[in-house]
Design a protein around this ligand. Structure first.
Ligand SMILES: [Zn+2]
Length: 112
């Protein structure tokens, strides 16, 4: 897993802790990314257990930390499981072009 340095934009390994280009401290950002991944994994477990409410809460928590495609997809599926089709539609739209770390002010990156 990689994170983009908020100072210079260089991609760094999550475990590096310091940007290899500008020496910016990335530990707090890495902790946020790890927590978002943890919430995302928990959401997937809830979905498999047919716990739509729990899955949505954890997917939303993950999304608040990191706007990832995975978090939006899990929230989309959880919303479907909860029969909330309007929310599912919103999550679908939010997932398009997501997957940024602390880049809410930047335009969404093109997906390959
Ligand atoms: Zn940097």
């Amino acid at each position: 897993m990689t994170i983009d340095c908020p100072a210079c934009g260089k991609k760094n390994k999550l475990e590096d802790g310091i940007c290899c280009r500008c020496a910016c401290n990335l530990e707090k950002l890495a902790a946020i990314v790890r927590m978002a991944a943890s919430f995302r994994d928990e959401a997937a477990v809830c979905l498999r257990a047919a716990d739509g409410v729990g899955a949505l809460a954890r997917a939303r928590a993950s999304w608040e930390l990191r706007h990832s495609v995975e978090a939006a997809r899990l929230a989309f599926l959880a919303s479907l499981m909860n029969h909330d089709f309007a929310a599912a539609s919103r999550w679908y739209e939010m997932g398009v072009g997501a997957d940024s770390v602390c880049q809410r002010d930047r335009p969404p990156a093109a997906k390959s």
